[in-house]
Write a protein that binds this ligand. Structure first.
Ligand code: FAD
Length: 377
C-alpha cells in the first residue's frame, strides 16, 4: 500500500491548488479525482487579481479579460456603471485552463493524480489515514484534505463545516460572441430572477452567463424568464448546453478541520452567499491549508485548529455580513437596487469587493459609522 504525506479527495481548483502548494514545500501528495477529464466547468471565472499572491505560479496565460467596468441593471434598464480602475483589477479567467495549469504544475512537482476513481472508505489506523477506492486500491496518508466541492460527501462524514449546508441554485452556459456586453465589462442583471440575479462575464470570444438564486431555495425553472435574460444580454437566436448546479454557500462560522483532516473550497462551505464568489475562498483556503499541514508535519504545531481560525478571521467574518446583506437584498431587491446599488458610492464599493480591496465587513463598519455620525459616504 502506497503512503503519502497528504491525500486529497477532489482535483478541482481547491484540491489542485492545495496539492501544488504542498508539493512546493516538498511533501508527497496524492490527488484522487472522480472525473476522467475536466470538460466545461460551470464557473464564470471572475476573480480578484490580488488572489495571484495565494498561488505559487504565474496564471497570466489563463486570463481572458481584464475588466475595466462593472455594469448593474434592473430588468435590462436603469443602468449603473462602475469603473474598475483600482489597485487590484478584476480578471476573467477560463477555469478549465486554470485547473489544468495547476494540475500540470503539480504533476511536474511530483504530485500523483489518479482519475476516474471514487473514494469508498476512509479509516484511521495507527494515526494514519487508510483510503480505499472503488477500484479496490488502497492508499495511506498522514493528512487528509477534503476538496470534493459543493456536493461533498466527505465534509459531512468528518463533520467539517455546517451540519445543514445551504445551497444556491445556479444555471450556467457559455455562448459564442459577447452579445451586447462590452468587451471589458461584467454585467449584473437584477429584477428578472426572484431571490437572485444573472451575470455575464466575457471571455475572449464568448460569454459566460450564470443565473443564481441565493435564498429561500428559489427556483430557476421558468424557461421564458431565462430566455428573456439571455436576450437581455444581446442574444436573439441561441442554443447551448446549460448546466444546473447546487452551489454550497457560506452558512455560519464552523470548524473546518478535525484531527489530521481539513476541508477547502466549496466542500468547506466558503462560497460568498451574496455574489457566488468561490475562487477567492478556494485559493485562500488552499493556501492556509498547506501552511497548516506544513506546520504540523514539521512539528511546529500539534493540530490544525489554527487553520479554521485563520479562515474564519480572513473570510468568515466578512461572509457573515455578506449573508446578512443577501438576506435583505434578495427579499427586497427593488428597494435594495434603489437604495443600495444606485447609491452614489455603492458601485465603487461593490467594485472594491469584487477586486478584493474591501470586505463586506469593511462596508458594514462604514454604514454603522455613517449611521452613528450621520455623515455621508
Ligand atoms: C454557475 C457558477 C458560476 C460561478 N462563477 C464564479 C465566478 O465568476 N467567480 C468565482 O469566484 N466563483 C464562481 N463560482 C464558484 C466557483 O466555481 C467554486 O467556488 C469553485 O469551483 C470551487 O472549487 P472547488 O475545487 O472547491 O470545487 P470544484 O471546482 O467543484 O471541484 C471539486 C472536484 O472534486 C471532484 N469530486 C467530487 N466528488 C469527488 C469524490 N467523491 N471523489 C473524488 N473527486 C471528487 C469533482 O469532480 C471536482 O473536480 C461559480 C459557481 C457556479 C456554479
Amino acid at each position: 500500500m502506497k503512503g503519502f504525506d497528504v491525500a486529497i479527495i477532489g482535483g478541482g481548483l481547491s484540491g489542485s491548488s492545495t496539492a501544488l502548494n504542498l508539493s512546493k514545500k516538498g511533501y508527497s501528495v496524492l490527488v484522487i479525482e472522480k472525473e476522467k477529464f475536466q470538460g466545461y466547468i460551470p464557473c464564470a471565472g471572475g476573480m480578484a487579481s490580488s488572489m495571484q499572491k495565494f498561488l505559487p505560479l504565474d496564471i497570466e496565460d489563463c486570463i481572458e479579460t481584464k475588466i475595466k467596468n462593472v455594469e448593474f441593471r434592473w430588468k435590462a434598464s436603469d443602468n449603473v456603471i462602475a469603473d474598475l480602475t483600482g489597485e487590484s483589477p478584476f480578471w476573467i479567467i477560463k477555469r478549465e485552463k486554470l485547473d489544468q495549469l495547476l494540475i500540470d504544475e503539480s504533476q511536474r512537482n511530483g504530485v500523483q493524480i489518479i482519475r476516474s476513481v471514487l473514494v469508498e472508505k476512509v479509516t484511521k489506523k495507527n494515526d494514519r489515514w487508510e483510503i480505499t477506492c472503488n477500484d479496490a486500491r488502497k492508499y495511506k496518508s498522514e493528512f487528509l484534505v477534503v476538496a470534493d466541492g459543493s456536493q461533498s460527501k466527505w465534509a459531512g462524514y468528518f463533520k467539517l463545516g455546517p451540519r445543514n449546508p445551504k445551497f444556491a441554485n445556479t444555471i450556467s452556459m457559455r455562448l459564442k460572441g459577447l452579445g451586447d456586453v462590452p468587451r471589458y465589462a461584467v454585467r449584473f442583471e437584477f429584477g428578472f430572477i426572484r431571490y437572485g440575479f444573472a451575470w455575464a462575464f466575457p471571455l475572449k470570444d464568448c460569454l459566460n452567463i450564470g443565473l443564481g438564486t441565493f435564498i429561500n431555495n428559489g427556483h430557476l425553472e421558468n424557461q421564458a424568464i431565462n430566455n428573456q435574460i439571455i436576450k437581455s444580454f444581446g442574444f436573439n437566436n441561441f442554443s447551448c448546453k446549460t448546466i444546473k448546479k447546487k452551489l454550497r454557500i457560506w452558512n455560519g462560522i464552523h470548524s473546518i478541520n478535525g484531527d489530521k483532516v481539513l476541508a477547502v473550497g466549496d466542500a468547506a462551505s466558503l462560497c460568498d452567499p451574496f455574489l457566488a464568489e468561490g475562487i477567492r475562498p478556494s485559493l485562500i483556503s488552499s493556501y492556509y491549508a498547506a501552511e497548516s499541514i506544513d506546520q504540523c508535519l514539521s512539528g511546529k504545531v500539534e493540530n490544525l485548529n489554527l487553520y479554521t481560525k485563520t479562515i474564519n478571521n480572513n473570510w468568515g467574518k466578512s461572509m457573515a455580513w455578506g449573508r446578512r446583506i443577501a438576506q435583505v437584498f434578495y427579499r427586497f431587491p427593488r428597494t435594495g437596487y434603489q437604495l443600495g446599488i444606485k447609491r452614489k458610492t455603492a458601485p465603487k464599493r461593490i467594485a472594491q469587493i469584487l477586486s478584493g480591496e474591501m470586505s463586506y465587513e469593511d462596508i458594514a463598519r462604514r454604514v454603522i459609522l455613517r449611521l452613528l455620525t450621520k455623515r455621508g459616504d
